[in-house]
Design a protein around this ligand. Structure first.
Ligand code: ATP
Ligand code: MG
Length: 646
C-alpha cells in the first residue's frame, strides 16, 4: 500500500511540475540530446529548470541518479537545490549534487595517490592558509602584514590553474617565492586548499586518461547553475568531463556575474555556443519572483552597464509596491529603521522572519544591524560571517579531531599541542619546527622523534608523552562515534574543566557552544565523515535558526530569494565600493546591486546614510550613484523619518 502510494505521488509530482512550466522552460527541461544553454535574467526559473530537468531524467529512466552531476556555486545554493529536487521526486538519492569543491573533494578522495597525496588529506580553510603563509613569512623575515594579500594572490593563481612552477609566476617577487614554499609546505602536511581541490582533479584527468574516461562514462548528464561565475579551473574541469557538451546543460545570467575579483570569467558563458557546436540556447523572459516595480527598478539600473547582452524580463504578477529608498542620518538610524520595518511587517502582515534578509556590501556593515536586532529581539543569523565553526573553542576541538584523524596535520597539531596549557610552550614548538623542516616531516612526527631521541626537561617530557599517548590511543578507537570522540577530548584533556573553572560569562558561552558542537556531531556516524563535512561547510546555519532574518553580503545572496529585502549602505565609497571606483570596475558593482534588488519577491527597501562610521572614522559620503539610476517611476523616496532631516 505504502509503495503504491509513493509511486502515485511521485508520478503526479513530476507531471504537475512539468505542467507548471512555461513553453521555453519546458523546452529546456526536455531537451536532452544537445548541449543546452539557458541564458536569462534573474528569477526567470533557471534553477527551477535545472532541478526539474534532473527529476525528469530520473523519473523517465534516461539515467540513474548516480549518472547525473549537478554543480552549483555555494553550499547554501546546493542545499536549496537539493530541497527543490526532493520536493519534486523522492528518487533523487545518489545524484552527485554539490559545489565544485565538494564534488572535487569526493573525486580526489578516490584518486589522491595519483597526485602523490594520501586519501586522508585534510582540507585547509582560509584561516589555515593564512597561518601557513604567516609562518613562511616569519621564516623569511618578512612582515606578517603581507600575509592576507599573498593568500589572496595564491588563490587567484589557483583559480586560473597556475601552479608555482608556471613561468607566469615571477620567482623574483615575494609572492612568487612564498607561493612555491607554501605549496611544498601544505603537501608535506598532507593538506590541500580549496583551489587545489579543482587543480588536482584536473591534473589527474590530464595524466590518467583511463580515470578521466570512467568519469566521462559515468556522467551522462552534467548540469551547472550560475555558469557566469565559473573560473578558469572550473571551466577546464567541465570541458574535460564533457568535451563535446553531450548531456551538458549550463544556466546563468551575464548580468549576475559578480566574482571576477575571484577569477570568474563571464566569457565562459558568452563563449558557450562556440565551445559546443550544435548548442541549443534558450532564453527565459518571464520572471516569477518579483513584482513589477522591483523588476522595473532593477532593469533601469542594469541598463547603465555597457558590457552586457541585454534582455527583457516581464512579470504577470502586477506592479506591487514601489522600491523604497530611505535616507537616514547614520548607520545607527539605518539599523533602527530596518529593524522597525521588519517588526512592522512581521506583526501586521505575518511576514516570517526567514522571509526577510538584510544584504550588505561588506562584512563590517552587519554589526550595527546585529546589535539593533538583539536589542529589539529580532532573531537573525549572519550567513557566511564569523559563525559557529569559526569560534575559538569549536576550532580547538575540531583541531583535536583533525589531528586524531590525520596526525600529519601540522596546523591542527600546532593549534592544540598546548591547549589547554600543558607546559609545551613556544620554545618546544620552535624545536618541533626545526626538526620537522630538517627531516621534512610533520610537526607531530617531529615531536615523537624528539621525545624518543632527545633529553628533555622531565616536566616537558611527561606532558609530551601524555599528549602523544592520548592522540595515539584515540587513533585506535575506531569503535567510537564522532560525538563520543569529542566528549572524550573535552573530558580527558581537561579542556571543559578549564572553562568551567574560568567562571566568566564568556567561558559559559564557550561551554554552551561546545554543547552545541556535540549536538551537531550526533549527525555524523564516524570521524572521517565529520572531518569531510567540517572542511567544506562554510555557511551552515544551525537547525533551530530556521525562522530568522538572514544578514549576509550581497555576494552570498546570489540565487536566493526573500519576500522582503533590505539593502543597506547605498553610499558612494561603500556601494559601489571604494576600490572598484578607483579601479574603474563599477559595472561589477552594478551587477551586484542588480542581484540585490532582484532577490526580493514583494519589497525592496534601500537605505543610504548621510554619515557613517567606517573603521572608527566618521565619513559623509554622497548617496550611491546607483540610486539616481533607478527609474523614478518605480521608487518612493523618503528623506527623513520625522522630517528633521529633510
Ligand atoms: P536567479 O537568477 O536569481 O538565480 P533563477 O532564474 O534561477 O533566478 P528560480 O530561482 O529558478 O530563478 O525561480 C525564481 C522563482 O520563480 C522561484 O520561486 C521559482 O519557484 C519560481 N518559478 C519559476 N518558474 C516558475 C513557473 N513556471 N511557475 C511558477 N513559479 C515559477
Ligand atoms: Mg538561480
Amino acid at each position: 500500500m505504502q509503495i503504491t502510494e509513493n509511486i502515485l505521488r511521485k508520478d503526479t509530482d513530476i507531471d504537475k511540475e512539468l505542467q507548471s512550466l512555461n513553453a521555453e522552460q519546458y523546452d529546456a527541461v526536455v531537451t536532452l540530446d544537445r548541449p543546452l544553454l539557458v541564458l536569462s535574467g534573474a528569477g526567470t526559473g533557471k534553477t527551477k529548470v535545472l532541478t526539474t530537468k534532473i527529476a525528469y531524467i530520473i523519473e523517465n529512466g534516461f539515467a540513474f541518479p548516480s549518472q547525473i552531476l549537478a554543480v552549483t556555486f555555494s553550499n547554501r545554493a546546493a542545499r536549496e537545490m537539493k530541497e527543490r529536487l526532493f520536493g519534486i521526486t523522492s528518487s533523487a538519492m545518489g545524484v552527485w549534487l554539490g559545489t565544485f569543491h565538494s564534488i572535487c573533494a569526493k573525486i580526489l578522495r578516490s584518486h589522491a595517490e595519483a597526485v602523490g597525496i594520501s586519501r586522508d588529506f585534510t582540507i585547509l580553510d582560509a584561516d589555515d592558509q593564512l597561518k601557513v603563509v604567516k609562518q613562511i613569512l616569519k621564516e623569511m623575515n618578512i612582515d606578517a602584514k603581507a600575509a592576507p594579500g599573498i593568500v589572496a594572490k595564491i588563490s587567484r593563481w589557483k583559480d586560473k590553474g597556475i601552479s608555482p612552477d608556471n613561468p607566469s609566476v615571477d620567482k623574483t617577487t615575494q609572492e612568487g617565492r612564498v607561493y612555491k614554499v607554501y605549496q611544498e609546505r601544505i603537501v608535506s602536511y598532507d593538506s590541500v586548499d580549496f583551489g587545489d581541490l579543482l587543480l588536482y582533479v584536473v591534473q589527474i584527468f590530464k595524466e590518467n586518461p583511463d580515470i578521466l574516461q570512467t568519469y566521462r562514462n559515468r556522467f551522462k548528464y552534467i548540469l551547472v547553475d550560475e555558469y557566469q561565475d565559473t573560473n578558469v579551473a572550473q571551466y577546464l574541469w567541465l570541458r574535460m568531463l564533457s568535451p563535446l557538451g553531450q548531456g551538458l546543460c549550463c544556466v546563468g545570467d551575464d548580468d549576475q556575474a559578480i566574482y571576477s575579483w575571484r577569477g570568474a570569467e563571464v566569457g565562459n558563458i558568452l563563449r558557450f555556443e562556440k565551445d559546443f557546436p550544435n548548442t541549443k540556447t534558450v532564453r527565459l523572459e518571464q520572471n516569477y519572483r518579483s513584482t513589477g516595480h522591483i523588476l522595473g527598478a532593477a532593469a533601469s539600473l542594469i541598463s547603465n552597464n555597457q558590457m552586457r547582452l541585454g534582455k527583457t524580463i516581464w512579470t504577470a504578477d502586477g506592479d506591487g509596491d514601489k522600491v523604497i529608498v530611505q535616507r537616514v542620518y547614520n548607520g545607527y538610524e539605518e539599523a533602527q529603521v530596518v529593524s522597525e520595518k521588519i517588526e512592522q511587517l512581521h506583526r501586521k502582515y505575518d511576514l516570517d522572519y526567514k522571509n526577510a534578509a538584510v544584504l550588505v556590501r561588506a562584512g563590517f556593515q552587519t554589526r550595527e544591524f546585529e546589535e539593533r536586532f538583539i536589542a529589539n529581539g529580532i532573531p537573525y543569523k549572519v550567513v557566511g560571517g564569523l559563525k559557529f565553526y569559526d569560534r575559538q573553542e569549536i576550532k580547538d576541538i575540531v583541531a583535536y579531531m583533525r589531528l586524531i584523524y590525520q596526525p600529519n596535520d601540522s596546523l591542527a597539531f600546532e593549534r592544540i599541542v598546548n591547549v589547554p596549557k600543558r607546559g609545551i610552550g613556544a620554545s618546544a614548538v620552535a624545536k618541533f619546527y626545526t626538526v620537522a623542516s630538517e627531516k621534512n616531516i610533520s610537526l607531530y612526527l617531529a615531536a615523537k622523534d624528539i621525545l624518543e631521541h632527545e633529553t628533555l626537561r622531565p616536566s616537558l617530557k611527561h606532558s609530551l608523552d601524555e599528549f602523544i599517548k592520548f592522540i595515539e590511543s584515540m587513533r585506535l578507537r575506531h569503535d567510537l562515534k564522532s560525538a563520543d570522540i569529542a566528549r572524550i577530548i573535552l573530558d580527558e584533556t581537561g579542556y571543559a574543566e578549564a572553562l568551567k573553572q574560568e567562571k566568566t560569562l564568556e567561558s559559559q558561552a564557550r561551554l554552551e557552544n561546545l554543547k552545541e558542537l556535540l549536538q551537531a556531531l550526533e549527525e555524523f556516524e564516524d570521524l572521517p565523515s565529520f572531518i569531510e563535512h567540517i572542511s567544506l561547510v562554510m555557511d551552515s546555519p544551525k537547525t533551530e535558526e530556521d525562522n530568522v532574518v538572514s544578514i549576509m553580503t550581497l555576494h552570498s545572496a546570489k540565487g536566493l530569494e526573500f519576500d522582503a529585502v533590505f539593502l543597506g549602505g547605498w553610499e558612494d565609497g561603500v556601494f559601489p565600493h571604494n576600490l572598484s571606483i578607483q579601479e574603474g570596475n563599477v559595472e561589477e558593482e552594478r551587477r551586484l546591486a542588480y542581484v540585490g534588488i532582484t532577490r526580493a519577491r514583494k519589497l525592496t527597501f534601500i537605505t543610504y546614510a548621510l554619515n557613517r562610521k567606517i573603521h572608527n572614522q566618521w565619513q559623509a559620503n554622497m548617496p550611491s550613484r546607483f540610486l539616481s539610476e533607478l527609474s523614478p517611476e518605480h521608487i518612493t523616496h523618503i528623506t527623513g523619518r520625522s522630517g528633521c532631516f529633510s
